[in-house]
Ligand binder design. Structure first.
Ligand code: FAD
Length: 566
């Protein structure tokens, strides 16, 4: 099988366009760890070379080891027996291989045994692993659990648990959802009570459901620590270990990602340790954890898009009907070009989001750069739900389109497309459904998070063939700004919610048009894609503007009648 890094020029192109050397300079603090750790870089060039080399190793494992096992993993699935979960054979083998290559502590500091690589490169690694097997990503891409411990837990907890993540000896789980608390995590009820025998110890009691890898060794659990409270301010985050007091009651029988166990957990006086401060569990730590995980899901989605697009493209070249390869039928060429466009835009949004997260985290640690932190925090806050929303919707659409390209064969298990489609369908549900991503995007847009970015994009000079698109893209930006002003002035919560999706789609369309124009300056194929994208983008943005500013409240006024319970 090919190396998933070497065979993917667009992934490498996006990384080449990303300011990796600048990120390395910030991250490595004068490259002080060179000489202290074998893999620590000497300078920015050394660091960037190291990033590419590591991604090449991931690409090799993903293409050569993970992808060939994915079908068996899907058929075998994770198993549950009497409270014990067993991974499919291929899942265990792949985890061993990734651990053996020291890849499980991808972003963790070297002092804990990690590789200390940027989040941008982690997104690229997750994409490749997911292209091989989307289910495996839910075990490889759990780095944000360790990152949350790193950012908010005590030194004692960090020293005890982080090295276990880095070696791959331990896997984790983020334990948030309950039967009555899904999108609305403020409703979490699982109870945390202080243990009178030890001031540092807490006891957890209650049930959690739909927990990916809930059978893992180290769990971050959102629980109600403040008796009598009902909202998010009564919730704290706890670290619990697999062991007495924690039982996997069952695993779900589900549509896709069969290699990933989705567990129902029963906590009975389970010992746990507080992470960070009481009452900050949801409003700070879980939000941080989920933002990291959303970037990971965006990358997972891009991996599925890549796999589906490649399978469809190969089939369209080889399958003949009416005396010619089906790729020569205009309808199929149009479909496939649309797929390529979405795949590449999803990747750019995801890598850009990784860059924003890297800068956000680096500047956060530098009090002198408060303004830069604020800027990148705003970009990361908006680009994260934008990437998650766009890429996950693209994964569902592309795997469905790929199935269409294969015709009846796509419906059969002889080809991996039906698996991609089943696996893709989780990406726009977990870590917040698309509706919830739209809510988050809108909050950022209303707060002006991307205003300076769009202003910079519009003010920047454009050269080459794509420069001629500037008037159309500037017009689209103007329409987007007008629609935002309209919604702000109208200030009706239900109307804003009703048209939120139009506003989010406009923002992503305008952002993508600018990025394609920028990339088109240095890449002929991106310039061609810009030629295809911009006219369609203009039409969509005009329609979305008209819908958002129509003032049409018919859905709000009629749904209680039209959708009365049957
Ligand atoms: C395979 C799988 C793995 C998972 N892994 C984990 C995990 O590791 N850890 C964990 O804690 N959870 C996990 N989850 C849970 C997942 O995050 C939730 O399923 C998801 O957040 C949605 O919650 P829900 O299923 O309760 O749906 P609900 O919240 O009941 O939503 C139902 C519908 O209402 C919509 N809706 C709800 N609120 C709003 C709103 N304000 N505006 C507009 N629409 C809204 C939703 O978009 C959705 O369409 C997993 C779920 C699955 C299926």
């Amino acid at each position: 099988m090919p190396n998933f890094y070497d065979d993917n020029p667009d992934l490498r192109f996006n990384l080449d366009q990303a300011p990796l050397a600048e990120i390395a300079r910030l991250r490595e603090h004068e490259f002080a760890e060179a000489g202290q750790y074998p893999y620590a870089p000497r300078d920015a060039a050394d660091a960037v070379e190291n990033y590419h080399e590591t991604l090449r190793i991931v690409g090799d494992i993903a293409g050569d080891f993970i992808a060939p096992r994915a079908e068996d993993v899907d058929r075998e699935g994770a198993k549950w027996h009497d409270g014990v979960v067993t991974y499919a054979k291929g899942t265990s083998e792949a985890l061993d291989r990734l651990s053996g290559a020291d890849l499980m502590g991808f972003t963790l500091p070297r002092q804990y045994g990690g590789l200390y690589l940027p989040h941008t490169t982690y997104a690229a690694a997750i994409e490749m692993v997911s292209r091989g097997d989307a289910a495996l990503m839910t075990l490889f891409g759990l780095g944000d659990i360790a990152e949350t411990i790193l950012r908010f837990a005590s030194d004692e907890l960090k020293d005890k648990y982080l090295p276990r993540f880095a070696t791959g000896e331990a896997t984790g789980a983020m334990v948030l959802t309950e039967p009555d608390a899904g999108s609305d995590l403020q409703a979490v009820r699982l109870k945390a009570s202080p243990d009178p025998s030890d001031p540092n110890l807490w006891r957890l009691n209650g049930v959690k459901r739909f927990i990916t890898n809930g059978c893992g060794d180290i769990l971050l659990v959102l629980a109600r620590s403040e008796e009598g409270t009902r909202d998010g301010r009564g919730l704290s985050l706890f670290l619990a270990e697999k062991g007495p007091g924690l039982r996997v009651r069952r695993i779900e029988d589900k549509l896709g990602i069969h290699g990933s166990p989705t567990c129902e957990l029963q906590f009975t006086n389970c010992p746990a340790w507080l992470v960070g401060r009481r009452r900050f569990g949801l409003i700070k730590y879980t939000m941080d954890l989920m933002n990291g995980a959303r970037l990971a899901i965006a990358a997972q989605s891009v991996g599925i898009c890549e796999a589906a697009y490649r399978e469809a493209l190969a089939y369209a070249h080889s399958r003949e009907q009416f005396g010619k390869a089906i790729i020569h039928f205009p309808a199929l060429a149009d479909l496939l070009i649309g797929m390529r466009l979405k795949l590449e835009l999803a990747r750019t949004l995801t890598i850009d989001c990784g860059v924003a997260v890297d800068f956000e985290k680096e500047y956060e640690a530098r009090p002198a750069d408060k303004a830069l932190y604020k800027k990148w925090h705003g970009y990361a806050s908006s680009l994260t739900p934008m990437a998650k929303y766009y890429a996950s919707e693209a994964a569902v659409e592309l795997s469905n389109s790929a199935l269409a390209v294969l015709g009846g064969s796509g419906f059969m298990r002889d080809y991996p497309i039906e698996r991609y489609l089943r696996d893709a369908r989780i990406t726009n549900i977990y870590e917040g459904t698309s509706q919830l991503q739209v809510v988050a995007i809108l909050a950022g847009l209303l707060g002006g998070d991307l205003d300076s970015l769009f202003a910079d994009f519009a003010a920047r000079p454009y050269t080459g063939a794509t420069a001629r698109h500037l008037p159309a893209v500037a017009e689209a930006l103007g329409l987007f700004n007008k629609a935002m002003d309209y919604v702000r002035q109208r200030a009706e919560r239900d109307y804003t919610d009703l048209v939120a999706r139009h506003l989010a789609d406009m923002a992503i369309d305008v952002y993508s048009a600018f990025r394609l124009m920028q990339f088109g300056e240095v890449s002929e194929s991106k310039a061609m894609l810009a030629d295809l994208f911009v006219p369609a983008m203009s039409r969509r943005v005009r329609a979305a503007h008209d819908a958002a500013t129509s003032g049409n409240r018919l859905v709000l006024d009629t749904y209680q009648t039209l959708l009365a319970q049957a």
